[in-house]
Design a binder for this molecule. Structure first.
Ligand code: ADP
Ligand code: MG
Length: 733
């Protein structure tokens, strides 16, 4: 009997120590909220009035924090943390590896004479030097000068994990290049704040002094029993199964989606929610997803920077809490073939410091024109920079999901609902130049004025679009479940910032040169934007082949693979955009592009090696083992029945023996070919070329090997099959 799989299966929950870990949830979760966060409430308690005001100004207005204030904040943070049993602090940051990083330092400081105190200063709060030579940097930092530093981001609150005070930080090199996800995001948020505030102040509401993008993410994931997870080398090493025959029952019945949440999962979820509450992550919904053992969790939306941090933090916490319940959590976009993969919808909008959602229509025509302004400008931005948005969600793992009839295709289009589409078509007819009083009245009453009613009953929800308007926000649906939301959020906010700047300039020009009134000028500019962006608006089935054809006719790109998307990313237009808005220098952006390409190649390289190993070390031996049993059986039959009779009796066995040989040979040849192709790809120079080589020459070779192995799985005696099967991983709860 093959060991690992059966040992793992023997570990399943009916063993007493693995019984459900029951979790009691306090009647009022709200009482736990922000218990472990250095929140506004806590700051008010621990800080002097001067320091408190100064921090709030930094959060709300982006003002600098003085050194003596930082010292006060550090002491307050330390006192608060010590009161909660904390011993260490760390700058918590998000390097381009895709996970979070921390380096813990103790508050403990010896002061001589055998005495020691707990100490923390403003200098340590503001800046820390992690030994960061091995974080990816795309060649920006030579390893010999591998020095980067982390710097406190006061706009995201510090929090406690275990016995460590975590201080959200940015990560930059000594020469000023960004090495993380957060720094560009903060710059993008600033850019859109500036541009949107300018538009608001000039045309709609003088009282607005800050516009903050909001983000509400929805996180999908799979849970697999830890023992079963450990028994699958592919899951452990690549985060996904590289082979495995689909179970007879998958998601056909939709019974998981509508079913109740299994007890062990429920306990995991409860504990997770308690942890989230304490960390100030406002999770509100949880449910089963489409595939067996797939689930989703979503919080209330928050200001984008905090929401991005919270998503990274959450992924960390989820993994830890899952372990306590003997689950391993899978964030991979496509851990199992044949059932749905996981995504992370990013719901995005813009909110003002006066409490308005700019993508929500209001009570009067002016508010609705304001809505239309931000709505149309967003569509125009997505139209103009569709490829950049596509590139921001590109990864080897997300490639498996996009366009696989369960997630949007790689074509960027926007769904706005037929009624809003109708409104835009009306606006396309607006007169060029000055508008007559009749036209103004008509627009006010029958076009713009109708928007709130339209949205009230806009139940139209197209789930196949990568970019959908859902009543008061846009939902970016193509983001992968394992991604850091910062990247798509950076792009989204940068492109809208740029678009709003252009819009402002164009409207002002019409007012000045043509003497148009403000509203007339806005209508005139929006009219042109609608015409120019119309080809990305699509209301039909995004999963259909017809759409791919139609999109091609419309001239939209369908960048199916990561290397294709990343190649487009370096378009001069995009590089210039980043430079213009001060997000990245050319060099920095190229470095980032290179990191992503290298990551892509590395992922495929690892998958190829793991697949080759499993095929040679697990699958072929198991197949031959079973084949030998069959041969023994056939020999025995021959011995008992003699030459003539045995042929009829052993017919099926003989054909099975031949089939096994056939598949073993497919696998063996496939692996040889794969390893040769992989070697060639590895030796290709230039990151773009190399990624293309892995994508086009290596990856396609996985399929035959897998087909051979999955066919064998159906032939070989279950008792001899070494790899834990899909039905075991997907239906053990
Ligand atoms: P679904 O997409 O599952 O139908 P909802 O439309 O209710 O669900 O909301 C999905 C997500 O949208 C929620 O996580 C919520 O936080 C987020 N959301 C709601 N309003 C906003 C907003 N103004 N900005 C950003 N996200 C928002
Ligand atoms: Mg959604």
């Amino acid at each position: 009997m093959s060991t690992l799989r059966f040992k793992a299966l023997a570990e399943l929950p009916f063993k007493s120590y693995r019984k459900d870990n029951f979790v009691d949830v306090p009647a009022k979760l709200s009482e736990l909220y922000c218990q472990n966060v250095f929140s506004e409430e806590t700051m008010r308690e621990y800080l002097t009035k001067e320091a408190f005001t100064s921090i709030l100004d930094a959060i709300r207005k982006g003002t600098k924090i003085q050194r003596h204030i930082a010292d006060q904040v550090a002491v307050a943070m330390k006192d608060w943390a010590l009161s909660k049993g904390v011993t260490h602090y760390t700058h918590w940051f998000q390097p381009l590896t895709g996970s979070t990083a921390e380096k813990h330092d103790s508050f403990f400081t010896p002061i001589g004479g055998g005495r020691a105190i707990e100490r923390f200063s403003g200098a340590l709060l503001i800046q820390q030097e992690p030994d960061a030579s091995s974080f990816p940097n795309g060649g920006i930092r030579n390893t010999f000068e591998a020095r980067g530093y982390t710097a406190w981001d006061p706009t995201s609150p510090a929090f406690i994990m275990g016995t460590t005070l975590c201080i959200p930080s940015i990560f930059i090199s000594y020469t000023g290049e960004t090495l993380d996800y957060k720094t560009p995001l903060l710059r993008a948020l600033n850019a859109v704040d500036e541009a949107a505030t300018d538009v608001m102040k000039s045309y709609f509401d003088k009282n607005v002094s800050k516009v903050s993008p909001t983000l509400g993410w929805e996180q999908e994931y799979f849970l697999v029993d830890t023992a079963l997870y450990q028994s699958r080398p592919d899951l452990v090493l690549t985060g996904k199964t590289l082979l495995g025959h689909a179970p007879a029952k998958g998601q056909q019945l939709d019974d998981h989606y509508f079913g109740s949440i299994p007890t062990r999962v429920m306990n995991f979820m409860k504990e997770l929610e308690i942890e989230c509450m304490k960390l100030g992550i406002p999770v509100t919904t949880r449910h089963n997803e489409v595939a067996p053992n797939q689930f989703e969790l979503a919080p209330m939306f928050e200001e984008a920077n905090v929401a991005v941090d919270h998503n990274s933090l959450l992924m960390d916490v989820m993994a830890r809490v899952a372990h306590k319940h003997h689950f391993h959590i899978l964030f991979h976009e496509k851990p199992f073939a044949g059932v749905n993969g996981s995504g992370k919808h990013n719901n995005w909008s813009l909110g003002t410091d006066t409490g308005e959602n700019l993508l929500s229509p209001g009570k009067n025509p002016k508010k609705n024109l304001q809505f239309l302004t931000f709505f149309v400008n967003t569509l125009k931005a997505v139209h103009d920079y569709a490829d950049l948005l596509r590139a921001s969600i590109a990864s080897a793992s997300n490639d498996h999901r996009l366009g696989a009839n369960e997630a949007p295709p790689a074509i960027i289009s926007a769904f706005i609902g037929s009624q809003l589409f109708g409104v835009l078509e009306e606006l396309e007819k607006v007169t060029d130049g000055k508008l007559s009083p009749e036209e103004k009245t008509e627009l006010k009453l029958n076009v713009v004025g109708k928007i709130p009613e339209i949205l009230l009953d806009n139940t139209d929800r197209n789930r196949t679009s990568p970019f959908a308007f859902t009543g008061n926000k846009f939902e970016i649906r193509a983001v992968g479940s394992s991604a850091n939301c910062a990247e798509p959020m950076t792009v989204m906010n940068v492109i809208v910032a740029k678009q709003l700047k252009v819009f402002k300039a164009e409207v002002d020009a019409l007012i000045e040169t043509k003497g148009l009134k403000k509203d007339e000028a806005i209508f005139n500019v929006l009219r042109e934007y609608i015409k120019q962006s119309k080809n990305i608006m699509f209301e039909g089935d995004g999963y259909s082949d017809d759409w791919a054809k139609e999109a091609k006719k419309r001239g939209l790109n369908n960048l199916k693979t990561t290397p294709e998307a990343l190649k487009k990313e370096l378009d001069k237009k995009f590089v210039d955009l980043y430079a213009e808005l001060g997000i990245y220098s050319h060099r920095e952006f190229e470095a980032r592009n290179e990191i992503k390409l290298e990551k892509y190649s590395t992922v495929i390289d690892i998958e190829a090696r793991v697949l080759a190993d499993i095929a040679r070390n697990h699958i072929i031996p198991a197949a031959l083992n079973y084949q030998n049993r069959l041969i023994e059986n056939v020999k025995g039959l021959k011995e008992i029945f003699g030459d003539k009779e045995f042929k009829a009796l052993a017919k099926e066995q003989l054909s099975l023996i031949a089939d096994i040989s056939q598949n073993v040979s497919v696998i063996k040849l496939g692996v040889d070919e794969l390893l040769a192709a992989k070697e060639k790809a590895k030796n290709t120079t230039g990151s773009q070329k190399q990624a293309e080589e892995y994508c086009n020459k290596v990856k396609p070779l996985f399929d035959n090997i897998r087909a051979g192995a999955d066919a064998l799985e159906m032939m070989v005696d279950d008792e001899l099959w070494p790899l834990t099967k899909y039905r075991e991983m997907l239906f053990t709860r």
